[in-house]
Write a protein that binds this ligand. Structure first.
Ligand code: HEC
Ligand code: HEC
Ligand code: HEC
Ligand code: HEC
Length: 339
């Protein structure tokens, strides 16, 4: 009798223990199965393009496409151009003794480069402008194409001054004429990811038309698949790990996301990495390091696109970041024009 009780007790204990073990394990497993990192960071995630996002986020798409970033890059057209063509614009580079003149032939934009001796034109070259870079909030710069190879063209329209001139960096004898290569570095800050001919310096097989959603939200294929099959998350309470919402990232990753483009220094890519490899939610240093040149006697100077650097030095940021160090950051309103 005693023996039977003991055996039963033992069996029950083993049963209870193994149940507890199973219960804990499965709870543990469940925790593992819950996504703790963003789907877009996995290798299986694909870019789907802005038109797909538009299908469900039509208002965000509409307002974003009017922002500077939405208008950052497009095929050259009369609609895209901010340039003033009304008074036969012409500029003269006295260092190179060359004239430049932009004009439309039908709907195609051309730049003409020529040299005068007395009243004779002794040299002339014309190139068809394929793309305009810059929303026109400050400037329009121009890109021409030869067999997929992209080059910057030697004229920029400065919207605030309302005039044509040599592009930034082409002044004072540094005019590279039609020869400045537009490589992946430049393209990957001003546009959606293009298709690039690896091994070339500046050959592209597909160029998109403006910074798109996935540059800030990451590749969206898994998000689209989940939402299409009705897997929904209450995003007012939880993070939807199928897509990155930058405002839900820790602040240092928010900075890294914007700094992928809003910091202009000397970039050194990590071994084996390319300009395509950064995805929102990553640390920038996993892909590249950006070294900021500091000029002697001018330590405070920053170049145009160093917004995050400038913000980090501001009193506002320093005070707030001390106070809010562990708190969630403020909402940033990036989709509407009134940033
Ligand atoms: C089939 C419809 C559908 C498509 C296509 C779609 N989304 Fe969503 N998205 C939703 C829904 C519904 C929500 C809100 C509920 C949720 O997150 O489960 C959402 C939420 C989001 C959020 C907020 C997530 C959070 O945690 O706050 C972001 C950001 C987002 N989508 C971006 C995108 C981007 C970028 C694309 C294109 C790559 C895209 N969506 C395509 C349906 C869609
Ligand atoms: C893919 C590169 C890229 C990323 C990522 C990026 N930006 Fe930009 N941003 C640009 C470029 C290029 C411009 C200049 C566009 C123009 O006017 O031609 C710009 C312009 C802006 C402007 C000026 C006005 C406007 O209407 O667009 C603001 C503000 C801005 N960015 C904020 C941000 C913030 C905040 C983030 C991070 C959440 C961010 N950007 C991420 C490239 C980027
Ligand atoms: C590290 C990212 C980065 C690289 C590389 C880069 N830019 Fe920019 N560029 C920016 C950002 C960000 C702005 C927005 C600055 C602002 O609004 O103050 C900008 C501004 C501009 C503008 C003015 C846009 C406007 O109308 O407001 C033009 C034109 C431009 N860049 C052309 C180029 C060209 C051409 C190259 C390559 C030869 C290049 N950029 C390389 C990030 C970059
Ligand atoms: C330059 C970076 C950037 C780009 C490009 C961008 N977003 Fe966002 N997006 C943000 C940031 C930052 C937030 C969080 C702050 C906010 O709510 O405005 C956000 C929030 C969202 C949200 C959740 C909040 C809401 O407003 O519903 C959705 C959905 C979304 N984005 C969709 C899109 C779609 C679709 C596109 C392309 C048409 C796009 N985003 C392009 C930076 C970007």
């Amino acid at each position: 009798m005693k023996r039977r009780l003991l055996t039963t007790g033992f069996t029950v204990t083993v049963f209870v223990l193994s149940f507890l073990n199973w219960f804990c394990n499965s709870a543990e497993k469940k925790k593992d199965e819950e996504r703790t990192t963003y789907a877009g960071l996995s290798d299986s995630a694909q870019y789907v393009g802005m038109e797909t996002c538009k299908g469900c986020h039509i208002e965000v798409h509409e307002s974003f496409s009017h922002t500077g970033m939405g208008l950052s890059f497009d095929a050259a057209s009369k609609k895209k151009s901010s340039g003033n063509f009304s008074c036969h614009p012409q500029i003269f580079d006295s260092d190179k003794n060359l004239f430049y003149h932009p004009y439309w032939k039908g709907d195609s934009l051309y730049f003409k480069e020529y040299r005068m001796e007395g009243r004779d034109t002794v040299f002339s070259r014309e190139e068809n402008i394929r793309y305009i870079v810059g929303s026109g909030q400050h400037t329009n710069s121009h890109i021409w194409e030869s067999n997929g190879y992209l080059f910057q063209a030697p004229m920029t329209f400065y919207t605030q001054k309302g005039k044509w001139d040599l592009p930034p960096g082409f002044e004072d004898g540094n005019n590279t004429r039609f020869g400045r290569k537009i490589g992946l570095e430049c393209m990957s800050c001003h546009n959606a990811y293009p298709e690039f001919v690896q091994g070339s310096e500046n050959k592209f097989s597909l160029v998109k038309n403006g910074i798109d959603c996935e540059r800030c939200h990451g590749p969206g294929s898994i998000h689209v698949k989940e939402k299409s099959s009705g897997i929904l998350i209450d995003t007012s309470k939880y993070i939807d790990y199928s897509i990155v919402n930058p405002s839900k990232l820790p602040i240092y990753l928010q900075f890294d996301l914007c700094q992928r483009c809003h910091i202009q220094g000397n970039v050194v890519l990590n071994e084996g990495k390319s300009f395509f490899d950064f995805k929102p939610g990553m640390k920038l240093s996993e892909v590249m390091n950006v070294f900021m040149p500091v000029y002697k006697n001018n330590e405070e100077q920053h170049i145009m696109a160093s917004h995050a650097e400038r913000l980090k030095m501001s009193k506002c940021f320093l005070v707030v970041s001390e106070r809010e160090k562990s708190k969630k950051s403020e909402k940033i309103c990036i989709h509407s024009k009134t940033v």
